[in-house]
Design a protein around this ligand. Structure first.
Ligand SMILES: Nc1nc2c(ncn2[C@@H]2O[C@H](COP(=O)(O)OP(=O)(O)OP(=O)(O)O)[C@@H](O)[C@H]2O)c(=O)[nH]1
Ligand SMILES: [Mg+2]
Length: 293
């Protein structure tokens, strides 16, 4: 069988058939496959069964929009913008290889395009290549960057970045962080150090944000990552990457439902412009196979 996009599957499932037990069973299997998780799948299925019962709905097609209403309650866009004329620090977190560094490059271009003065901070000092990688993006995009040698204290990089941004009148620091799978204690310790520096340098709480990058191709793992990180440091939002490689966004709905974290950006490719603000309507339409994406 060929891999069929989740939305296409749902579209054909909802199309032209009567509601019966087999329909709900197929729906549940499809939702599980789409990374919505067992608990949430059951909840959605139950709610749809109840709607069908109460409203005497017999056509499956009539439930497709109702499912959108249900998912719509679970997932929200992150709507806050950085404040111009004040310094904000966005820490970009996430496990190995999810796309942190690439996303920072994209975000720097996005915010520069909106008139923000952006500074990059190479606070992933764990790998030598990590600093170089961000540096190459900075050069290509003409962004300012603050970096130190590999192995230096990420807190010190943040400290330098804040000093530099303040004297330069920047609005926004985008900080890359190390992606190795920390255990929770290590993760907390590292982030606490950076936290301390950020607070000590007078960055206001409302201008300090921690966003977690989740790779759409990792499915259910994304949910565990979000849970783990959010326990270690309260997160402010999620960025979904590689949505072009796997148009399965079910994990995002689960994260929204269980952790109440809003979605900031969705990334859809390796190019600098392959980044979109999260548009709930568009996202749910594509997830559910409603109309064209
Ligand atoms: N197709 C696709 N590829 C992406 C996207 N975002 C990032 N990538 C690719 O994913 C790979 C890893 O990206 P990085 O930005 O290096 O990820 P990272 O989280 O910084 O990785 P580490 O620093 O090793 O932890 C690269 O090959 C990127 O080009 C995306 O939205 N779509
Ligand atoms: Mg990186």
């Amino acid at each position: 069988m060929f891999f069929k996009k989740f939305g296409d599957k749902l579209r054909s499932l909802f199309g032209g058939r009567k509601i019966d037990e087999a329909f709900f069973e197929e729906l549940e299997d499809t939702l599980i496959e789409g990374d919505l998780g067992a608990r949430l799948t059951e909840e959605i299925s139950e709610r749809l069964r109840e709607i069908a019962r109460k409203e005497s709905i017999t056509e499956a097609s009539q439930l497709q929009l109702r499912m959108k209403d249900i998912l719509s309650e679970y997932i929200q866009p992150y709507t806050e913008e950085p404040r111009k004329g004040e310094l904000s620090v966005y820490m970009i977190l996430g496990v190995n290889g999810v796309g942190k560094t690439t996303t920072i490059a994209k975000m720097s271009r996005y915010f520069t395009g909106k008139g923000y003065k952006v500074l990059l901070a190479a606070a992933d000092t764990f790998r030598a290549a990590a600093v170089d990688q961000l540096d190459i993006h900075a050069q290509r995009l003409g962004m300012r960057i603050v970096k130190q040698q590999m192995g230096s204290d990420p807190g010190a990089v943040i400290y330098d970045a804040i000093t530099s941004a303040q004297s330069h009148g920047d609005d926004l620091i985008l900080a890359d962080t190390a992606g190795r799978m920390h255990n929770k204690e290590n993760l907390m310790r590292e982030l606490k150090k950076m936290d301390k520096v950020i607070h000590a340098r007078g960055i206001k709480e409302e201008n300090y944000r921690k966003f977690l990058v989740i790779d759409a191709t990792t499915g259910q793992n994304g949910v565990s990552q979000a849970t783990l990180f959010n326990e270690a440091v309260p997160l402010d939002g999620i960025i979904l990457t590689k949505y072009d490689s796997a148009a399965k966004g079910g994990a995002l709905v689960q994260i929204g439902r269980t952790l109440s974290l809003p979605v900031v950006f969705v990334c859809v490719g390796e190019g600098y412009d392959d980044i979109r603000r999260f548009d709930k309507d568009e996202f749910l339409d594509s997830l559910l196979g409603l109309g064209e994406r």
